[in-house]
Design a protein around this ligand. Structure first.
Ligand code: B16
Ligand code: MG
Length: 217
């Protein structure tokens, strides 16, 4: 058996979480209400449909199916207007160093994202060719915290779940990795991501020695 690594996208490789937040906030404001940064944590790693359901609950609103779909499309158009401006400068600090290490040591790595825009974003930041497998919101039927996205990624990398290390910024994603029996590395606030096996504020805090040890065990 061999080790493998799975990366979440939003909040791990790029900071598109801020674009999602701005786009959802605009949607809520246009509908006449607002939600907090704390509530926004609950949207991370969560699919587009589930996100809108949560937001409407917070605003105590119900929409017809048609209007629900229209709002989702508007949010995505708004989100994509931010994505349009992205280039490789948006790759978060410390990430390239880790990807380089994995490549040089022939450790396979995949993307495991809830986003249906993941492939577009990877192309924008010029990392599309670098991943050995890409599993995103267009490939799964069950949203995080269901481990489906990571289990499919492990399978594509021909690795056992126990041999996979997952980098995640969301509560739902850390939970998915844990349920999948993978090693979870939380990227973000330790108070939010306390269920993770290891937690770092960002990739600049992760040393190559740490990665080496993780992949040796
Ligand atoms: P889209 P990840 C997730 O991506 C985001 O964290 C979450 O905020 C977003 O709603 C979800 O993707 C769906 O994204 O609307 O682009 O399909 O963190 O799993 O990479
Ligand atoms: Mg994320």
């Amino acid at each position: 058996s061999h080790k493998a690594v799975i990366f979440d996208l939003d909040g791990v490789i790029v900071d598109t979480a801020k674009f999602h937040f701005q786009a959802w906030k605009k949607l809520a404001n246009d509908l006449g209400f607002d939600f907090t940064h704390e509530q926004n944590e609950q949207l991370k790693g969560v699919s587009r449909v589930e996100s809108l359901k949560k937001i409407l609950k917070w605003g105590d609103m119900e929409l017809s199916e048609e209007e629900f779909n229209r709002q989702m499309a508007l949010k995505n158009d708004n989100y994509l207007s931010y994505v349009e401006e992205m280039d490789e400068n948006e790759i978060l600090p410390g990430v390239p160093k880790v990807l380089k290490y994995l490549k040089e040591n022939n450790i396979p790595f995949a993307l495991g994202s809830a986003s249906k825009n993941a492939r577009t974003i990877l192309k924008k930041i010029n990392l599309y060719e670098d991943f050995d497998a890409i599993v995103d919101g267009t490939d799964v039927s069950k949203a995080k915290p269901d481990p489906e996205v990571f289990l499919i990624a492990a399978e594509k990398l021909k690795a056992e779940p126990q041999d996979c290390v997952v980098f995640e910024d969301s509560v739902a994603g850390v939970e998915a990795a844990n349920i999948g029996k993978m090693t979870s590395i939380g990227i973000g606030d330790e108070k939010v991501l306390q269920e993770a096996d290891h937690i770092f504020n960002d990739f600049t805090e992760i040393s190559i020695e740490f990665i080496e040890n993780l992949l040796r065990k």
